[in-house]
Design a protein around this ligand. Structure first.
Ligand code: HPA
Length: 286
């Protein structure tokens, strides 16, 4: 039986957060491995460690700070998850997606997800950014879906569609900002595996064959839960390494390399996301 939470559980967490900040965030941001630095841009920040919030798990992964950073960013009120929870840490799908529902209860209607990912598309290179247009949920297909268990009808339907998870308007906005700022932005399908191991060469070849452009260990559960609850979603992968498709190759991906590559990509990711948030903010005022 998966972990289950009630609306009261989500609301209790939201109430704790509300009591710790004057900000009223409308945009949520989740920072992936090595991407913590973006939170430094948040002004008048209130910091809330996950351990202070009822029901929140704590981050166990190096490169994930494990706190909320709530404040002003590019003219918008934002709630940044500086570090996320992962299925491979031993948390259930319901635990790793709890913060998304709490953000929804806080009044956040737009979720921006970032992650570190391995490149599958041979035209990609380490250092690229990719806007996620679709996903292949291998973990969900294997039975670990954050929406399994009793449905909370107040949040969304029992059988949500999954063909419009990644909001078209936000993908187009990201592409426009990238063009204006001279940032190379790929677009593609993200494959999620449970981790913690990186993929085998045969898996790289299989996923490539099936139409995957990048592979990682996160994001899809959060995107599904956000979409279920009516939030708009933008998800950006940072391609920190290319998947290794050759058996016995001399190279192998490591978490340290992923974090180091993330640090190099952060300035471009920051420019992209600041542009996106700025234009989202000004759109809301129109
Ligand atoms: N595979 C899975 N997850 C990842 C990778 C990868 O190659 N790189 C960064 N996160």
């Amino acid at each position: 039986m998966p972990h289950t939470y009630t609306l009261d559980d989500y609301d209790a967490a939201a109430a704790t957060i509300r009591a710790r900040t004057q900000h009223k965030p409308t945009i949520g941001l989740v920072l992936g491995s090595g991407l913590n630095g973006l939170a430094d841009q948040v002004q008048q920040a209130d910091l809330i460690p996950y351990g202070d919030i009822p029901h929140f798990g704590t981050s166990t992964v190096p490169g994930h700070a494990g706190r909320l950073v709530i404040g002003e960013l590019a003219g918008a009120s934002v709630c940044v998850m500086q570090g996320r929870l992962h299925f491979y840490e031993g948390y259930s799908m319901q635990q790793i997606t709890l913060p998304v529902r709490v953000m929804q209860r806080l009044g956040i209607n737009t979720l921006i997800l970032t992650n570190a990912a391995g490149g599958l598309n041979p035209t990609f290179a380490a250092g690229d950014l990719m806007v996620i247009s679709d996903h292949i949920n291998f973990v969900g297909m294997a039975g670990a879906n954050p929406l399994s268990g009793p449905n909370l009808d107040a949040l969304g339907p029992r059988f949500p569609a999954a063909n419009r998870v990644y909001t078209r308007r936000l993908r187009a906005l990201a592409m426009q900002v990238a063009a204006d700022e001279n940032i190379n932005l790929q677009s593609g399908t993200y494959v999620v595996l449970s981790g913690p191991n990186f993929e085998s060469p045969a898996e790289v070849r299989m996923w490539r064959m099936l139409g995957g452009d990048a592979v990682g260990m996160s994001t899809v559960p959060e995107a599904l839960v956000a979409h279920h609850a009516g939030m708009e979603v933008l998800a950006i992968s940072t391609i920190t390494n290319m998947g290794v498709e050759v058996m016995d190759a001399d190279v192998e991906p490591t978490h340290e390399d992923v974090v180091a590559a993330g640090a190099i990509i952060v300035p471009r990711l920051t420019a992209l996301l600041l542009g996106v948030v700025r234009r989202m903010g000004s759109r809301a005022l129109e």
